[in-house]
Design a protein around this ligand. Structure first.
Ligand SMILES: NC(=O)c1ccc[n+]([C@@H]2O[C@H](COP(=O)([O-])OP(=O)(O)OC[C@H]3O[C@@H](n4cnc5c(N)ncnc54)[C@H](O)[C@@H]3O)[C@@H](O)[C@H]2O)c1
Length: 278
């Protein structure tokens, strides 16, 4: 994915909140060749070493708000809980042609719109942390003010750190948050739980950790690289009457297995996303 489309837009790319998610995306953009001098990072909690590292690269870290020209793209990557205060403090960085890109869970286009002039272009997205290694998944929705160029600029930025799926219905973002936004945590939990189960079955704990981690990452890489459906990959591991079949009889139990448990988990996360709308 190229960031060339940003050349059509005037002004800096301003990242508000350089924590785990914003920082991961910024890493991807700089790696893809986004001109550092075009980037402004605003984060009052930026550690001094991080601020110095940005400055050394040519990125502007925490300049005075009134010294920042109207942004080409204004990325909102703060926690949804602090959004009301933060949005009111950064509203002046948006000009009539700014594209506002939010990665905040829960916060709706309607909520974001309240802090900015009417008619501003807003893209609400939900990315995930594998963006840090260019393997993120982002689901995005645009308001009616987003032009083709603005959408391409947002696609370029989001696509720099993984795949982007656009949806037309904003209501889908809550469930997408529960699946791909939070999803990496479920996979990491699987690695943790598998290691614990291995230790409970008698393996030394450090060996159980290493083989569980390798198994989860290897299976993920096979899924990504083979293009084969997950069900087929699962069947390829499962010999009739063998060990996997014995384990899957537990995990695929219709009432208490992984399936109904994940439905419950995704439902809880979807509801929480709706609550975070404020
Ligand atoms: N972490 C994830 O997996 C993930 C995935 C999808 C979406 N998100 C969303 O990304 C957003 C950030 O989450 P995170 O996990 O990166 O959290 P985080 O706490 O790591 O990052 C938030 C950053 O915002 C900064 N901040 C606080 N007040 C600020 C202000 N006034 N101005 C500028 N920056 C300020 C904090 O210092 C911090 O660095 C959240 O809205 C979350 O819903 C996170």
């Amino acid at each position: 994915m190229s960031l060339d489309v940003l050349k059509k837009l005037e002004g800096p790319v301003v990242l508000v909140g350089a924590g785990k998610m914003g920082g991961a995306m910024l890493e991807g953009w700089l790696a893809l060749g986004l001109e550092p001098s075009r980037v402004v990072v605003l984060d009052p909690n930026l550690p001094a070493e991080a601020a110095a590292a940005f400055t050394a690269k040519g990125v502007q870290a925490n300049p005075a708000y009134d010294a920042i020209p109207p942004a080409a793209v204004l990325i909102l990557a703060v926690k949804p809980q602090v959004a009301p205060a933060v949005l009111s403090s950064v509203r002046g960085i948006a000009g009539p042609n700014t594209v506002v890109v939010s990665v905040m869970a829960g916060r709706t286009i309607g909520f974001i719109q309240e802090s900015f002039p009417r008619g501003i272009a807003i893209v609400r997205t939900i990315p995930n942390t594998p963006a840090a290694i260019g393997q993120g998944v982002t689901v995005a929705v645009a308001n009616e003010a987003v032009s083709a160029d603005a959408r391409a600029a947002a696609s370029g930025l989001l696509g720099a750190v993984g795949i982007v799926e656009w949806v037309d219905d904003e209501a889908l973002i809550d469930a997408a948050t529960a699946v791909s936004g939070s999803g990496p945590a479920y996979v990491f939990l699987l690695a943790e739980a598998l290691a614990k189960a291995g230790a409970a079955a008698g393996l030394p704990a450090d060996l159980a950790d290493r083989i569980a981690r390798g198994t989860v990452s290897g299976a993920g890489a096979l899924l990504a690289q083979s293009g084969i459906a997950p069900a087929t990959l699962r069947q390829n591991v499962t010999s009739p009457g063998g060990t996997t079949a014995a384990a899957l009889a537990v995990l695929m139990d219709e009432d208490e297995g992984f399936g109904p448990l994940l439905v419950e988990a995704v439902d809880a996360a979807t509801k929480r996303s709706r609550e975070l709308a404020g």
